[in-house]
Structure formats: structure tokens, C-alpha cells
Design a protein around this ligand. Sequence first.
Ligand code: HEM
Ligand SMILES: *[C@@H]1O[C@H](CO)[C@@H](O)[C@H](O)[C@H]1NC(C)=O
Length: 482
Amino acid sequence: MDMINSSAVSSSIALVFIAAVITKVAWGRITADPASRNTPPHPPAVSGSSIIPLLHTLVTKGFRTMLQEQYTKFGSVFTISFLGMKTTFLVGPEVSAHFYQGPESEISQGSFLEFTVPMFGKDVGYGVDIATRTEQNRFYLDVLKPAKLRCHVAPMLQEVEPGPGLGSPNPSPGCTDLASHRPTCFLPFIWIAIGAEKNLRKMTEGGNGREILCEMGTARASARLSSIFAEIVRSRKSSNRVEEDVLQNLMGSKYKDGRPTTEAEVTGLIMAILFAGQHTSTATSTWTGARLLSHTECLEAALEEQQQIVKKHGDNIDYDTLLEMSFLHCCIKEALRMHPPGPIFLSKVHKNFTVRTREGYEYEIPKGHTIASPLVINHNIPYIYKDLDVYDPHRFGPGREEDRLGGKFTYNTFSGGRHACPGEAYAYMQVKVIWSHLLRNFELKLVSPFPETDWLKVTPELRGKVEVSYKRRMLPRSMLEN
Ligand code: HEM
Ligand SMILES: *[C@@H]1O[C@H](CO)[C@@H](O)[C@H](O)[C@H]1NC(C)=O
């Protein structure tokens, strides 16, 4: 049940990528003019019958291997031409700036994200013009900015307390599958932040709303959620009740001309936050756990860090102590390097532009091309990431900072530039709440084999289980004693 539901979510995310391949979007035919003397050439291209081996790799080994092979063959810029659609891949920081920073009039994601309109409504995101959307992005940035996150820590801690789905503060030892989304500790904290938590509990008769959340992406669930949020907005307005949460802040957001957000806008914005933040954070919590628990050294370093923080601040966790967990932060970041929830980003070119590779070659990318930034390759470039198959959180630590070696587009799990995720700080905060709690309070062991990634899925998913045995330990006191 959980599996089916969560795959419904990813299938909708997947839509965006599938749309690129078997597209029904009509692309203008790209006229291949002989390049004039001072225009750089177009990138090397795979087309015609040479596409067949590539498709074979795609179907048998998945797109990561397929792209890796093309990257090895052609370097950082290459075009795949298929069914009349030309997709140019831009691999690595040297050729990525325009992808992330180019103005909307020259590069836009719109056609790939229109599928979100029925989910979030026509009053937000890709249902509105660019000027309005830009203002709405400012609302996201404002309501999710670090200074606003402090108040969410305490309710999160309360929620995480019972432990990995054990239902009582002092559970007897047992075993749980972290990938099943069943453990309560992986409860989507986002509910708390957005303020819908109490209502949802009520509406799902004591449940935690997770059932609906897992179905997100289906039309029925979207409609149900929208109506729940609309009701919360209405009831707060009519009772003048003010809460300290994201929903409230969105209700208080104002456009430049002073117009406040409408009920439909608040509902749409909240839905988009849920959609963007839920699946991504859950997957990140699971992968971080799987990685940490299979690397004794990292696990010990993470425990040691907790111990130091406990020595300094006692058991108390708040926003500032979370900020001190810099090694845990790197553990999450490294899990995200290896398992980015969004493995590839797409945009459409509206105006020719030129890129220059690390080796000094220049290519013109013509209007009409789809461009793609494949994170799964970007995060595995050997001249940037040392021993890239090794889980090594220290690579982001002081003195190494590999994520900066190529400038600001070296590490793009949270996208970047104009499209940067406004929830990044929130995401780290909640995964840190979960894992600092688990590390302090439980002895955990991964008892199943390290999970595989299903690369044949358009959004690669964790395949199998992350079976973890747990035993309550009376930390942090025992931490201090040894
Ligand atoms: C590890 C967890 C997360 C990852 C890897 C992630 C990644 C991303 C990426 C790559 C984008 C840009 C998508 C695009 O340009 O097409 C994005 C957008 C966004 N993210 Fe995140 N995100 C995460 C967690 C969160 C959380 C926890 C929240 C909210 C609390 C959030 C809120 C948003 C919002 C509101 C957008 C913009 C959506 C829109 O433009 O309609 N994200 N995220
Ligand atoms: C854009 O590129 C196309 C194809 O290379 C070319 O025909 C066209 O003249 C270019 N347009 C501009 C404005 O340079």
C-alpha cells in the first residue's frame, strides 16, 4: 500500500522527465543553418541509427549509464536527437551557468512543469504569468528562510520522540524498515510547519495524514488536500486566529502592489510546498540512514559530534544546536550527492547561446533545443569529486570543500540560480532533527543489504528494504559517561 502510494508520487514527478522523451509538445523544427564563420559549431550529436545502441543502454541499464557513456565519449556538451526533439546535455559547472541563471525570456522550464497546474491550481506557479510567479517565489523564500525556521524545531522534536515507529517512548528492541515510510520518525514534519497537522489528524480520525500525503499527485488526493487547506485558511480568517506557521505566513504575504494573497493562492502555494518537500525529504532521511549505518567510521564520527554537542548543551536541541551539527550536515549532503531526489533538470532554449567547456571548446546551443543538467553525472565528475563512488562526508568539510571546486554550480542537488530550492535550510533541519534524535537515543544496525537504486525508473528510487534493528539506549547520559 505504502509502496504503491509513494510510487504514485514519483510517477508524477517522473512525468516531467518522460514528457521530455516521448513528448507531445510540438517543438519548432530546428533548421540547421551552416554555421557562419564567427558562430561556434553546434555540439556533437547522436542521431539517426547511432541512437539505437544508446536506447538499448537506456532500456537495459538506465539513463545514468547511458549518459555516462555519452559523457565519456563526447565530453561535457552533447546533443541527443530523437523523434525530432533535440536535447543538449550540459555536464559540469563550466557549462552550467546559463542553464541556472539565464533569464526566463531566454531559457524556461515552463513546458515541463505545466503538469503541476491541475495539482496546485491556476492561481500559482505555472498557472500564472512570470511576474506573479516571481513574486510567489519570493513568498516561498520568505516563509522558509532560516530565521523563520526556529519555531518549528520544538514541535518537530515532539513528533520524532517515540522513535522509529515504535509507538512508545521506551520500546523493546525490534526491527523496522526505514524505506517503508512506516516509521513514525519519518513522519513528514512538513505538516507541522504548514500548520495543517491538527486538522489532518482530526480528518483522518487520529491518523497523521500520511495516507493522503502518500497519494499526493493523484487528482483525488490533490482535490481533498486543497479543500482541507482552504478550510483551514477560512477558519483562521473568520476566527482571527493566528498561528506561528508557514500557512499563516503565506496568508500574510503581500504582492508588491500591496494586494494580500487569496485563499486559492495560499492553498496552491502550500500544495506546491508539500509536493516539493515531502517525497524529497523522506527519501533523503532514508538514504542518509542507509549510508551512515553502513559506514562504521562515519557513524562513529556522527556519534562523536552528538556527544560533543550534548556535553556543551545537554540534551536540549534547538535551532542553534542543529546548526552546530556540521558533520551530520555533511553526511546528509553526501547522501544527496549520491542520491539526488531530482536526478536531472530540463529547460527549453528560446534564444541561442554559447558555452565554453573546461578544455576551451565553444559550442552554440540553438533556440528550440531542450537543455538538460544531469545531476547524476555532475555529481560524479572525477576531476571534482575524489573517489566518487565512496561515501565520504568529509569531502564537504573544511579544507576540501569539493562542492566549490568548480564554482557555484558544482553541486546542484537543490538546483541553483533562479530555480534554487527555497526549502533547502528546512530540508537539512528536518533530516538533522530525525537523525540526531535517532543517533542519541537508539543503537541502530542495518541488517538488510545496502539498498540498490532502480536506475530504470525515470526518477531513480531506492529498491528493496532498509531493515534496521534498534535498541533504546539511555542517551545522552550514557554518552557522557563513556
Ligand atoms: C532534500 C530535500 C529537497 C531537495 C533535494 C529539493 C530540491 C529542489 C529542487 C531541485 C527544486 C527546483 C526544481 C526546479 O527548478 O524545477 C526545488 C524547488 C522547491 N522546493 Fe525543494 N527540495 C527539497 C526539500 C524541500 C523542502 C523541505 C521544502 C519546503 C519546506 C521545499 C520547497 C520547495 C519549493 C517551494 C520549491 C519551488 C517549487 C516551485 O517553484 O513551484 N523543498 N526543490
Ligand atoms: C540561432 O541559431 C540558428 C541555428 O544555428 C541560426 O540559424 C540562427 O541564425 C541563430 N540566430 C541568431 C539570432 O543568432
